[in-house]
Design a protein around this ligand. Structure first.
Ligand code: FAD
Length: 468
């Protein structure tokens, strides 16, 4: 058919998946078009996800540390919070990153088309701009990277005091009383931010534990450390009803920890998961199969059921994480270019950037038990780490999980300050097939938190008699 633009590669959506796919395609010499509905590139992660949340979490962690210094003999007094300035700082961070991306797109001659894209055939996408004008793009190959969006609770009133993570990141105000619905990573990160700002926070979670996916030993440490921070942690409980009144949102609960009466909140954050955008892009017109839940199924080359169309990122399934999207993007672009690229990662790390942080990589103990794999583990308590004690933060631990036979590292996890930065060594160990000796015999710098990984490996070797 007729087309306004013709290209070898079109990428739909400019989140971490989409921009990475477009950049790699362009680097491989393909004429590439990147379609994004919003004015800025970067998707959820840069605009309303990973990056703004970390700008606020950094401020929260310094605030918490400053307060904790009182017990070391240095007091800063009560923090004075200028919410406008904090918001401006956060927006500045996002602006720097998204501008950087625009520059990188330009440098690579990736053509950015702004508007809502929808397939109109197996080789055509129509893009509708804000002003209603339309363009048709004809492509040889496509990568779908349209991401995900926050799940809504149907009974929540339409009210500015009921927000999703995007609304919470806008920092509308510092609520006196806040309810976080959902004890996953996103909910708990936002709870960490608002608690540092001074809000009294309740958390409600339907399951019997927080941070689904993490081993329970990590979560136990986190819960103990945070017991005082959160007013009421309601596990095995769900919200059933909510009503907007002039003085607050009144929420009713049901379950094990449900308060008898409806509770009043100044702000309610709904963080109950994210749903894939597969049903909003006209995929069926291109012949691409989308599941009931909006996901697109792909093979190890990120190829959909239509061989010249690929899909990546949140839209192809869990874990919905930026670093997973980026790696899938590279595979898809390379495979589309005809290379033998496959997504065959042995591990995808997860991090909750809370206080303390919780990070895990490779197999968890829970997974290995489910799979019936024989494993052994070593747990190094941070109470024995000079650096953790010196930091006044020795509540955490570092755990390595080994194959029982080969002693190769199958996974590992850390709870404690900076766990998210520390986990990378374990990611590398899993990918490289490192064993306990490789890590234990590697000289780590002293005194550091990273040393705890070496020490966990040494601990394992010490108790393991079949090693020399
Ligand atoms: P997205 O980032 O969702 O991008 C999709 C893009 O496609 C969007 O820009 C959207 O506007 C565009 N789009 C969709 N449909 C169309 C259409 N029809 N036409 C045009 N454009 C379209 N992950 C981490 O790894 N670390 C973190 O610390 C982290 N923190 C997070 C914090 C929060 C609050 C949230 C919400 C998420 C966080 N995530 C984090 C998850 C991370 O943001 C996502 O995994 C990541 O953004 C997924 O990338 P993606 O490219 O698949 O999709």
């Amino acid at each position: 058919g007729k087309a306004d633009i013709e290209c070898e590669m079109v990428v739909l959506g400019a989140g971490p998946g989409g921009y990475s796919a477009a950049f790699r395609s362009a680097d491989l010499g393909m004429k590439t078009v990147l379609i994004e509905r919003y004015e800025t590139l970067g998707g959820v992660c840069l605009n309303v996800g990973c990056i703004p949340s970390k700008a606020l979490l950094h401020a929260a962690s310094i605030t918490n540390e400053a307060a904790a210094l009182a017990s070391h003999g240095i007091s800063f007094g009560k923090p004075e919070i200028d919410l406008d300035k904090l918001r401006a700082f956060k927006s500045g961070v996002v602006g720097k990153m998204t501008n950087g991306l625009a520059g990188m797109a330009k440098a690579r001659k990736v053509q950015v088309v702004t508007g809502v894209g929808s397939f109109v055939g197996a080789n055509h996408i129509e893009v509708v701009a804000k002003d209603g004008s339309k363009q048709v793009i004809k492509f040889e190959k496509a990568i779908i990277a349209a991401g995900s969006q926050a799940v809504k609770l149907p009974f929540m009133p339409e009210d500015p005091r009921v927000v999703d993570s995007t609304g919470a990141l806008e920092l509308p105000s510092i609520p006196e009383k806040m309810l976080v619905i959902g004890g996953g990573i996103i909910g708990l990160e936002m709870a960490t931010v608002y608690s540092a700002l001074g809000s009294k926070i309740d958390v409600v979670e339907m399951l019997d534990g927080l941070m689904l996916g993490a081993d329970r030993d990590l979560v136990k440490v986190w819960e103990k450390y945070n017991a005082k921070r959160f007013a009421n942690l309601m596990l095995k409980t769900k919200t059933t009803q909510a009503e907007a009144r002039p003085d607050g949102i009144y929420v009713s609960f049901e379950g094990e920890k449900a308060p008898a009466e409806a509770q009043r909140y100044d702000l309610v954050l709904v963080a109950v998961g994210r749903s894939a955008n597969g049903k909003r892009i006209g995929a069926e017109k291109a012949g691409v199969t989308v599941t009931d839940r909006g996901f697109i199924e792909v093979d190890k080359q990120m190829r959909t059921n239509v061989p010249h169309i690929f899909a990546i990122g949140d839209l192809v399934g869990q874990p919905m994480l930026a670093h997973k999207a980026v790696h899938e993007a590279h595979v898809a672009a390379e495979a589309a270019h005809g290379e033998k690229a496959y997504f065959d990662a042995l591990q995808i790390p997860s991090v909750a950037f809370t206080d303390p942080e919780v990070a895990w990589a490779g197999k968890t103990e829970d997974q290995l038990k489910d799979e019936g794999v024989a494993y052994e583990k070593a747990v190094f308590p941070w109470a024995a780490s000079g650096r953790a004690v010196a930091n006044g933060r020795d509540e955490g631990f570092t755990k390595l999980i080994f194959d029982k036979e080969t002693h190769r590292v199958l996974g590992g996890a850390i709870v404690g300050l900076n766990a998210g930065d520390l986990i990378s060594e374990i990611c590398l160990a899993v990918e490289m097939g490192a064993d306990a000796t490789d890590i234990g015999k590697t000289i780590h710098p002293h005194p550091t938190l990273g040393e705890s990984i070496g020490m966990a490996a040494e601990l394992f070797e010490g108790v393991c008699t079949d090693l020399p």
